[in-house]
Design a protein around this ligand. Structure first.
Ligand SMILES: [Zn+2]
Ligand SMILES: [Zn+2]
Length: 421
């Protein structure tokens, strides 16, 4: 039997979400996904009336539950934000939904419009308890998929430090029975999630959560299926079938902007161990630190570092190609120089994924030795990592140019690095 490798990015946003790029229309998304080497991309934002109208007009039915636009396959997805009260505190949790058809998406939109204004944002705010949300959604169609977005991030992640749910059961209550997956987010990787035995039953998914075209595909989930369809993807996720859900493509979690604890404005970043020494308070301003993803994982871990459960899916690290080129040339990501290097590599190797993951290092060496060295270091984890914190992205030092900071509280900001300081 022949299996196709399908690179999927389910969670993205359109131009109708707040703080997103105007270029995120169907043409822009299809083009960016094609450059990346993506097979199936989420529509994002299908609850937004104007975006949904555009999707209905322009997407053509392709394989079961999938749609086509200019050669790219689309799957109907949306991220929603639930705001609700539990005991005496307000919780804010983001969830991703997959819909099996335009018709079902229309029914979802009708149901969700009772809980919030769907016009206001491509990622709508819904005043509803997640348990009620899941129950209502499942009563529309059992084939809808819903799972927590970026499960560990401090402000909107289910198990993050602001919401403080210690399991998905605590958040979804009896409706947890309908939750089969979680999104690990940029600041955590499968290895970190494996340290919690309570998470063994969930499929670990990765998507970009892109708010701009160039971020599409920065994380991905790869399926190996006989043929692409909504049903086949959904089944692989729900059954946690790791022959079919074969790989996730991950950021180094340290690069994510909530990996460590810290204060952006105080230029303070530290490991969970150090944060504990300071009573989780900022040594500069004295206010509570923004507690990152690693801290929460360590708090709840019941297994040692390096533990690998049975039925663990494979994953690999990647750094977006534009970022690699910017790093090796010491030129900004938006510069013409970096952009033209990027296009010439796409021309030669077909897609970004080929350069980052699939192409033989020798073939890349023929084009650029330094690039080949950086890619090899990324593939084999021989990179120096400076963790992100409180909204500041971490740094992947691909050629180990930066000396490790001796004082980890004061760390270089990305801007210092880019200015060559
Ligand atoms: Zn979100
Ligand atoms: Zn502070």
């Amino acid at each position: 039997m022949i299996f196709m490798k399908l690179y999927c990015d389910f969670h993205i946003h359109s131009k109708y979400s707040r703080a997103t790029s105007e270029a995120l229309d169907l043409d822009g998304i299809a083009q960016a996904a094609r450059n990346k080497g993506i097979s199936i991309v989420g529509t994002g934002d299908f609850t937004h009336p104007l975006w949904f109208k555009e999707l209905k007009e322009k997407l053509k039915p392709a394989e079961e539950g999938l749609y086509e636009y200019k050669g790219m396959r689309f799957i109907l997805t949306v991220e929603v934000s639930t705001v609700f009260r539990r005991e005496n505190s307000i919780k804010k949790v983001h969830h991703v939904l997959h819909a099996p058809s335009i018709e079902t998406a229309a029914q979802i939109n009708e149901t969700l419009s009772k809980y919030g204004n769907l016009d206001a944002d491509g990622r709508p705010v819904l005043n509803v308890d997640p348990a009620e949300l899941v129950e209502k959604i499942m009563s529309i169609d059992k084939n809808i998929l819903i799972y927590p977005a970026h499960n560990w991030t401090p402000f909107y992640g289910c198990m993050g430090s602001e919401n403080m749910f210690n399991s998905l059961e605590e958040c979804y209550l009896e409706q947890e029975k309908n939750i089969h997956a979680l999104e690990t987010g940029l600041s955590s990787d499968p290895k970190m999630n494996w340290r919690l035995s309570i998470l063994d039953k969930y499929s670990l998914l990765s998507s970009s959560d892109a708010h701009s075209a160039q971020n599409i595909g920065r994380e991905m989930t790869v399926f190996e299926l006989e043929e692409p369809s909504y049903k086949a993807i959904n089944e692989a996720i729900m059954k946690k079938d790791n022959r079919k859900l074969s790989l996730t493509v991950e950021y180094y979690p340290e690069e994510g902007k909530y990996h460590y604890d810290g204060h952006r404005n105080c230029n303070v970043s530290m490991s969970p161990e150090e944060a504990k020494k300071y009573g989780n308070k900022c040594p500069v301003c004295g206010k509570p630190l923004v507690i990152g993803v690693l801290h929460r994982v360590l708090e709840l871990a019941d297994r040692p570092d390096g533990f690998m459960p049975e039925n663990a899916s494979r994953f690999t690290y990647a750094v977006p190609l534009i970022e690699v080129l910017s790093y090796i040339t010491n030129k900004g990501r938006g510069t013409q120089y970096v952009k033209s290097l990027y296009s010439s590599l796409l021309k030669r190797f077909g897609s970004e994924i080929n350069v980052l993951l699939n192409e033989d290092i020798e073939a890349i060496k023929e084009v650029d030795k330094t690039l080949a060295e950086a890619i090899e270091n990324i593939r084999t984890s021989k990179v120096n990592l400076i963790p992100g914190y409180d909204g500041v992205f971490g740094i992947v030092d691909m050629l180990n140019r930066i000396k490790k900071p001796t004082n980890s509280i004061k760390q270089k900001r990305i801007s210092d690095f880019e200015n060559g300081k």
